[in-house]
Design a protein around this ligand. Structure first.
Ligand SMILES: Cc1cc2nc3c(=O)[nH]c(=O)nc-3n(C[C@H](O)[C@H](O)[C@H](O)COP(=O)(O)OP(=O)(O)OC[C@H]3O[C@@H](n4cnc5c(N)ncnc54)[C@H](O)[C@@H]3O)c2cc1C
Length: 421
């Protein structure tokens, strides 16, 4: 009798999915990666795409190129739409796939907390398309404002840029926007830059909540020095094409609201039916299995795993570490072993940039802010980027940005030409 080799399907070629496949290197199995795109995206640098520092292929890498030396691995580019756990079938928009083991690592999407107008009128930043949309729109606003000579009010509305959410994404985006504005000053000598405003809005009383107090205060100081107005204890109520409504009744006229205030798991995971948390993440077993479906593992942003009484954050190291344990458990199951590994997260700390030459790093006893923290941040991000070409191009762009302060990616790419043009 010929033993059939198992089929492992991994949904998502993000941090968790790629780390799972790497950890399954020595397994004798057919592996299919299902992703709606054909690339792995390095989300932590999306904000640099949206603020004209980097370009698309600096922060993304083709999945097929990653695994071209392993002929048991294939990419199925499709959107996973549902999981039939009973019959072990993954539904996609390009057909069904039968699996023996399934790893769900489809990441998250923006969470607008049910505010429909916020979803409609604000700019999310979870995908390449969204980051490019922000870049094009922000650059466009400068062009429009430059020609808006009649109304200061309209110009101010065009030149008011709001980031909502004081986590790393909101902080990094606000700091990077402030620097982009400084570059724009050179290109628009006729614009009055006193009319430009960047606001960072946060519902709680702090930015970067995972950082110690001294680094949070340092972050606030640096942001304010860059000209960012940080509005703490400020909750969003609604949004329109003309601006943002706050819970205290204030209206901020603006054409640009960037939403970095929350994420939720893709609807895909809920189709399976297990218990999910408020963000739609599956509450997984200690082995990362989905309750009731031992052959399905949920990891990364799709898994709710509690440690020391708190759910783990939705960050890349959690996805990477969970991937290793999920892969180890699949190998054990293939070998027929019953005792599976339990997951335990090792937190090495966190970091965020506030702009050129300024970052905060909190690792164990090391808690620093400033230039040295920024060097650590850069070095580690270069290490984590996929592909040598990306290391070289990103390193060169950062060096040039450091020396000259300019942003060469100030290219508006979404203009539609008709045939006459
Ligand atoms: C702007 C931004 C900045 C961030 N900065 C940091 C940071 O500095 N440090 C940090 O540690 N973390 C950061 N994070 C969080 C980190 O990126 C995530 O925690 C991490 O990517 C989670 O890994 P994952 O594998 O669960 O999902 P992801 O890496 O998001 O991968 C999900 C994959 O699934 C695919 N997919 C989604 N839906 C489907 C579907 N229905 N069918 C098929 N494929 C699908 C996607 O295309 C994607 O390739 C940031 C996130 C964002 C958005």
């Amino acid at each position: 009798m010929v033993n059939k080799i198992p089929h492992i399907v991994v949904v998502g070629a993000g941090f968790g999915g790629v780390a799972t496949i790497r950890a399954l290197a020595d397994v004798k199995a057919k592996i299919t990666i299902v992703d709606r795109t054909n690339y792995h995206l390095f989300q932590p640098l999306l904000y640099q795409l949206s603020t004209a520092v980097l370009s698309t292929d600096d922060i993304s890498f083709p999945v097929r190129a990653m695994f071209r030396r392993r002929d048991n691995i294939d990419l199925f580019m499709a959107k996973a739409t549902g999981i039939d756990g009973k019959n072990k079938v993954l539904h996609t928009n390009h057909g069904d796939i039968a699996y023996d083991y399934l790893v769900v690592s489809a990441g998250t999407t923006n969470n607008f907390f049910g505010m429909e107008n916020v979803r409609k009128y604000s700019y999310g930043m979870k995908t390449i398309q969204e980051a490019l949309h922000i870049r094009n729109h922000v650059l466009h606003m400068f062009e429009r404002a430059n020609k808006q000579i009649d109304s200061e009010q309209v110009r101010r509305q065009m030149l008011t840029f709001i980031c909502v959410g004081g986590g790393p994404t909101g902080v990094e985006e606000a700091g990077a926007l402030a620097e982009l504005v400084a570059v724009q000053k050179l290109d628009y000598p006729n614009l009055n830059f006193d009319e430009v405003s960047i606001k960072l809005i946060e519902a709680t009383d702090k930015v970067l909540p995972m950082m110690p107090e001294n680094l949070r205060n340092y972050t606030l100081k640096v942001l304010r020095k860059k000209g960012v107005e940080v509005m703490l204890n400020t909750a969003v109520a609604d949004c329109s094409e003309e601006g943002l409504f706050l819970k205290d009744g204030t209206f901020i006229p603006s054409k640009t609201v960037i939403w970095a205030a929350g994420v939720r798991a893709h609807g895909l995971v809920a189709t399976l039916g297990p218990e999910c948390d408020r963000s739609g993440r599956i509450i997984v077993e200690k082995t990362l299995q989905v309750p009731g479906y031992p052959e399905i593992f949920a990891i990364g942003d799709n898994a709710h795993f509690e440690q020391d009484g708190h759910p783990l954050p939705t960050v890349a190291p959690v996805a990477n570490q969970e991937a290793v344990v999920a892969a180890a458990n699949i190998k054990k199951m293939i070998k027929g072993q019953e005792k599976l590994r339990e997951f335990s997260y090792k937190d090495y700390g966190s970091m965020a940039t506030i702009g050129r030459c300024q970052a905060v790093v909190s690792w164990g006893y090391l808690r620093i802010g400033g230039f040295f923290a920024w060097c650590i941040w850069m070095f580690l991000h270069l290490l984590r980027l996929e592909g040598t070409h990306a290391d070289i191009t990103v390193g060169t762009k950062w060096l040039w940005n450091f020396i000259s302060g300019t942003r060469l990616g100030r290219i508006i790419t979404n203009i539609k030409f008709d045939e006459e043009q």
